[in-house]
Design a protein around this ligand. Structure first.
Ligand SMILES: Cc1cc2nc3c(=O)[nH]c(=O)nc-3n(C[C@H](O)[C@H](O)[C@H](O)COP(=O)(O)O)c2cc1C
Length: 379
């Protein structure tokens, strides 16, 4: 018998903790309907904005692959290579709010039990831009969207008041979140950029503004490699490139580090983990660090555009895991969430052959401090 793997997150019931993240898999009504049919409990729409969007000429997303028998990394398709990462410089949805509005309503009517999260984005440079956040929020929730995700993290914006540029400024993160919360009747998730020194600082700003959850990570700022033969970037338009975002397997450990910083700093808050997930074992790492849901992009893009096999594997993986551990009393995500959060400690707290000789890289304590250190080491 299938176990109940439903979960509550920011007050919303999810049939399972797996969502498609804001990206091409959720860029259209047909994709989202297919995704719900395939079993995803929720989707975050491709980010909707009010400013004009025109993408670059040529491919917006490419996939970097690794060879098994050499250190070669390249976007060139070749047999026997394995996925290393996705690289994209795609802007937010190039469809208008008016295009999205009726579609959001129809999707919600077709799947009232599934969770439709609207990803929205505007600027922060003046009051008009702040009002744009409210316009977007109200329009989407009026169509029945269950939650809003604030895109504070798009890594390829020239505008200083938008995307990850905005998301690096903790005060602006706080202001934007507060402005949306003023009109929101549904939970508000803040999607933060991993491209900052200490993500806890921006998260604090979001929570001060009233965010109900943090989503992390968006893609990591990065460049394509330069081809050694042609001396051209592997992705370029007329020889030029700009920074884009890295996703997929390569960012799984990086994103886990961000999540562990967040969940340790705010153990009572809600987190949606994103980055490099393609199977249940990856999602499990996020859950064990304290996430209440996870989101997937790159793996779904490579699996019939919306990830039917990916969601199948996630569901069966979670069922099998809970089945295997039933005797431990683990019957739901809540029973395992955060179980390994406190296993990340200061380097000096890790056992070493001779603990008495190591003081976190500092010189050995002397005098009274030495006696104190000795008693701590023997405790
Ligand atoms: C082509 C592409 C487009 C994306 N567009 C958006 C977007 O519009 N809004 C957003 O918040 N994140 C966007 N993302 C980021 C993803 O939602 C996700 O955070 C990131 O890819 C990491 O997850 P992954 O490792 O599963 O790909 C995009 C990612 C890709 C690859």
């Amino acid at each position: 018998m299938a176990l109940d793997i439903s979960t509550m997150f920011t007050g919303i019931r999810f049939e399972n903790p797996f969502l498609l993240s804001s990206a091409p898999p959720t860029e259209s009504e047909s994709n989202i309907l297919r995704a719900f049919d395939a079993g995803w409990a929720g989707v975050v729409t491709k980010t909707i904005g009010l400013h004009p969007v025109v993408n670059v000429a040529g491919p917006k997303t490419m996939f970097l692959r690794a060879d098994a028998d050499s250190p070669r990394l390249s976007m060139k398709k070749r047999p026997g290579s394995a996925l290393h990462s996705s690289w994209n410089w795609e802007l937010i949805s190039d469809k208008t709010l008016d295009w999205w509005i009726p579609k959001l309503g129809r999707i919600k009517q077709a799947f009232p039990g599934r969770v439709l999260v609207a990803s929205i984005m505007a600027g922060s440079g003046n009051d008009t831009e702040l009002r744009h956040w409210q316009t977007l929020a109200q329009a989407c929730q009026d169509q029945g969207c269950d939650a809003l995700e604030l895109n504070l993290s798009c890594p390829h914006m020239d505008r200083q008041d938008m995307g990850s540029n905005l998301g690096k400024d903790t005060e602006l993160v706080s202001i934007v979140t507060k402005v949306v919360k003023e009109v929101a009747r549904v939970p508000v998730w803040a999607k933060l950029t991993p491209s900052t020194t200490d993500i806890v600082i921006e998260a604090r700003g979001a929570f001060l503004g009233g965010a109900d959850a943090i989503s992390s990570s968006n893609t990591f700022t990065s460049l394509p490699l330069i081809d050694a033969e042609t001396l051209e970037f592997e992705v370029h338009v007329d020889g030029f490139v700009s920074t884009g975002g890295l996703g997929g397997p390569a960012i799984l450990p990086l994103s886990l580090a961000k999540i562990s910083q967040l969940t340790q700093a705010f153990p009572d808050k809600s987190f949606s983990g994103i980055g490099g997930i393609s199977m249940f074992e990856h999602a499990l790492s996020y859950f064990l660090l304290g996430c209440g849901t996870v989101q997937i992009c790159t793996a779904a893009m490579l699996d019939h555009a919306i990830g039917p096999s990916v969601i199948k594997g996630l569901l069966s993986g979670m069922q099998a895991f809970l089945d295997r551990h039933a005797e431990k009393g683990w019957h739901s995500l809540d029973d395992i969430r955060g179980l390994r959060r406190d296993r990340i400690v200061a380097h000096s707290e890790i056992t070493r052959p001779d603990a008495k000789e190591y003081f976190g890289g500092k010189d050995a304590p002397e005098g009274y401090a030495a006696a104190d250190a000795a008693s701590k080491a023997s405790a």
